[in-house]
Ligand binder design. Structure first.
Ligand code: NOJ
Length: 791
């Protein structure tokens, strides 16, 4: 007879130490002090008293006066609405002149002179385009994320933008989902560390400082878990997984003071995210004490009708009551809320609260005192900002493979001995695609391509052939859906004849000592929103090109330029050196060259597992065990194809081709056996003490002949928990730079924050158990120790 769920829960409570106040155990104990300031409250209340119901609702309305990424509210004359005080915020209005235009109307013609808050999607830099967020995550360097956000914030403010729709911290475990490029990857610990850094970079801990902008954490909640990786699709997961994995990075961003949150398009366990009282009110407001405001995603309030939860007035009411304070381009709050307030269906106090939250952010940003933006000269990236973009891009490069070639040795780094280099492939000189997906203001004109950077270094030792186009040969449906506004993408006819261009590329490779293949995926509207794919190979004829060049027998270095993990199985079997360079932004060429020539020793590590086959997705390292593990899953031995009735695929390994945390260097690092300073800790001590209770130490040594930076990673496994825990979980990481022969003693604190998990009662808990602990350079780390938590 099985024990019922209820009696199991009671039994567990008896033997575990539950931290009752889960809301504050790890989170901020007080609200965001800036938004909670007395002075701001006084000004908000004074203003609120003077507002009519229409003016109040006006603050909850946001329109786009630029391009659209979804259905638009049409036929509106914004000047008129702004003058009537019926628009609180605008998006896609960029530049001092354009923003000042509307701001003058708001400040001078509207009755209460409330400034407009201008928001924009600034995803990886504003004018100065940095690598895409997934690449920044590959640096495992929160300071790099902070730099990107800081520079972007300064440039945004100079363009009249005080609010950025970033960071996106949706956990993304499925590269079929095109928005994985905007994420920090698959892991809640890494993503949380980066989330904090992005928020800090945007907001500088003080929204009123010059050059600060309000961050917007999105998409709340769990948007990245869309079923089958299809964008906008439903999400269905246990609340346990939601809390244990998916909510963590949003919580980290809120704790870091993020002023705003954006809802998600998807439903979560049957309730659309934009009208979900559990996530928006219970968790965000009550448990996390978030006191900024919540904006819907684009049109998401109106789209609630498609989710079949009511007609226009009903869904607007549901969204507002659930906690969505502002309606982005849905055109519903402005049109249907007032009547419902008048009829008593919506208490006016609910509208007041939404308005308060919005006004608080406007006051904190200093918009009432400094509403306008000085018109400056046309922008081009300064040398300092270029330098910052290059340093960040350098850190994002992940060396996936660098196997020695017979008679040549390792192909990377290139040395003075390399005489002639053939640079081949459609990404080599494609400024637009090197810039990366989802940039509103970034300019391809600012991009230094690989071809330019390598020819600067190699002069006439560099040969070049595009080989093929990114899209030539691609399926018609893909060509139709890769454009922003419909219509088939134009295919560059000069590279459309694959027989001719691939033959030219092969001839070019034959003339060289080594071939560098720059391949990838078109980043412009084939990655990012509405860009789900079920085939994750190179697009067009690129794989054919790769195979043809490999067949020449010339040593090949593959540089992959794409914002999402692609399927690299064939390449891994046939190419000795592979560099994952992502979408590097304006300094693409110099940064790739830095690593190819060894001026920069690669230090990036994968924030996302790379699959062997698409059928493995969603694929992530922190899986829970099964009762029938395949050989190799627990002891990391190669699989046994003859094993039956175990949890495995018949036709492929379970494991990733390149796992989470993976990344090589031009040097090697050795790890001594880690130690913990305490063998055993009473469970009560861990639960009661939200400070570290133990320290894990490990000696890491550079045993190669060049200096290098290693990302030292700490993983744990809770071996005996009341709720099944992942086979490994990242709980610490740090970047360590070591000269040849140098050794450093690296330490990691462990305490409640690292050791807790959610119990069946959905509260954070620690229990008596043993934690296995590994430290190393990837999620395959083998240097091991353990820590016992006693009764
Ligand atoms: C829709 C996207 O999902 C969101 O990330 C973005 O911020 C808004 N559109 C505004 O453009």
């Amino acid at each position: 007879m099985s024990i019922s769920a209820a009696s199991r829960a009671v039994f567990l409570i008896l033997i575990t130490v539950v931290v009752v106040d889960a809301a504050t155990a790890q989170g901020r104990a007080t609200p965001n002090t800036q938004l909670a300031s007395k002075d701001i409250d006084t000004r908000v209340e004074a203003l609120l008293k003077q507002m009519t119901i229409e003016e109040k609702i006006g603050q909850t309305v946001q329109y786009s006066a630029g391009f659209a990424t979804g259905p638009s509210a049409s036929n509106l004359t914004y000047d008129e609405l702004v003058a009537k005080g019926q628009v609180g915020s605008m998006l896609n209005v960029v530049g001092a002149e354009r923003t000042n235009h509307y701001q003058h109307i708001a400040m001078e013609k509207s009755r209460l002179h409330i400034p407009i808050l201008f928001g924009l999607d600034i995803i990886h830099g504003h004018r100065t385009t940095f690598p895409v967020p997934l690449a920044v995550a590959a640096s495992w360097d929160p300071e790099a994320a902070e730099t990107v956000a800081r520079v972007a914030a300064e440039e945004a403010r100079a363009d009249g933008i005080a609010w950025v729709f970033s960071p996106m911290v949706d956990i993304a475990r499925d590269p079929r989902w095109g928005r994985i490029i905007e994420s920090n990857g698959e892991d809640p610990y890494l993503s949380s560390a980066l989330a904090r850094a992005w928020v800090k970079g945007y907001q500088q801990d003080d929204l009123s400082k010059p050059g600060s902008v309000a961050a917007c954490v999105k998409h709340f909640a769990a948007y990245g878990a869309a079923i089958a990786g299809r964008d906008y699709n439903a999400v269905d997961m246990s609340e346990l997984t939601l809390r244990q994995v998916y909510l963590k990075p949003y919580h980290a961003a809120v704790d870091a003071g993020a002023a705003t949150v954006m809802t998600s398009f998807n439903s979560i366990n049957g309730v659309p995210g934009t009208a979900d009282p559990l996530t928006l009110t219970q968790i965000l407001r009550k448990e996390w004490r978030f006191d900024g405001f919540v904006v819907s995603d684009w049109g998401a309030v109106a789209e609630l009708k498609n989710h079949s939860i009511g007609d226009g007035p009903t869904v607007a009411r549901k969204a507002l009551m659930a906690g969505t304070d502002m309606d982005m381009e849905g055109d519903l709050y402005g049109t249907v809320l007032a009547a419902q307030v008048r009829s008593g269906k919506i208490p006016e106090s609910v509208v007041d609260e939404a308005v308060r939250r919005i006004l608080r952010v406007k006051f904190a940003l200093g918009l009432f005192d400094h509403p306008y933006t000085n018109v400056g000269p046309a922008y081009s990236p300064t040398p300092e900002r270029r330098e910052a973009a290059r340093r960040v891009a350098d850190e994002t490069m992940v060396l996936l493979k660098n196997d020695p070639v017979e008679g040549v040795g390792s192909l990377l780094p290139l040395t003075a001995k390399t005489k002639t280099v053939a640079l081949i492939g459609p990404m080599a000189d494609d400024a637009r695609d090197l810039l990366g997906a989802w940039t509103v203001t970034g300019s391809p004109k600012d991009v230094i391509t690989l071809k330019t950077a390598l020819s600067e270094r190699l002069g006439d030792k560099l040969l070049y052939a595009p080989g093929c186009g990114l899209l030539a040969g691609e399926d018609e449906n893909v060509l139709m859906s890769v454009t922003f506004a419909g219509g088939a993408a134009s295919v560059d006819q000069s590279v459309a004849d694959d027989d001719k261009t691939i033959t030219e590329a092969v001839d070019t490779a034959r003339k060289a000592d080594v071939a560098i293949l720059a391949l990838g995926e078109p980043t412009n509207w084939m990655e990012g929103e509405a860009s789900s794919r079920v085939h994750l190979g190179f697009t067009g004829n690129q794989e054919k090109l790769l195979e043809a060049v490999v067949a020449t027998g010339k040593p090949v270095i593959l540089v992959v330029l794409a914002g999402r993990p692609l399927q690299l199985k064939w390449a891994d079997e046939h190419v000795p050196a592979i560099l994952e360079a992502w979408s590097p932004g304006i300094e693409a060429g110099p940064a790739v060259a830095d690593v190819l020539f060894g001026d920069v020793n690669p230090s990036g590590k994968l924030p996302s597992s790379f699959p062997r086959a698409v059928g493995q997705e969603p694929l992530y390292y922190a899986q829970t065990a099964t009762g029938r593990p395949a050989r190799g899953e627990l002891n990391r031995m190669p699989r046994n194809a003859a094993e039956k009735f175990v949890s495995r695929y018949m036709d492929e390994e379970n494991s990733a081709l390149f796992p989470f945390g993976w990344g090589l260097s031009y040097t090697r690092f050795s790890y001594a056996k880690p130690t913990v300073d305490r063998a055993e800790i009473p469970v009560r001590e861990v639960a009661d003490n939200h400070q570290p209770v133990a320290t894990v130490s490990v000696d890491v040594r550079n045993i190669g002949s060049v200096a290098g930076t290693e990302v030292v990673q700490l993983y744990i496994r809770n071996t005996e928990a009341s709720v099944e825990q992942p086979v490994r979980e990242l709980k610490g990481f740090t970047r360590v730079t070591l000269a040849p022969g140098e050794m450093k003693h690296v330490t990691f604190p462990l305490g409640f924050d690292e050791l807790n998990f959610y119990g069946v009662d959905l509260k954070k808990t620690v229990e008596p158990t043993t934690y296995n602990i590994w430290v190393g350079g990837s999620s395959l780390a083998i240097a091991e120790t353990s820590l016992m938590i006693a009764e």
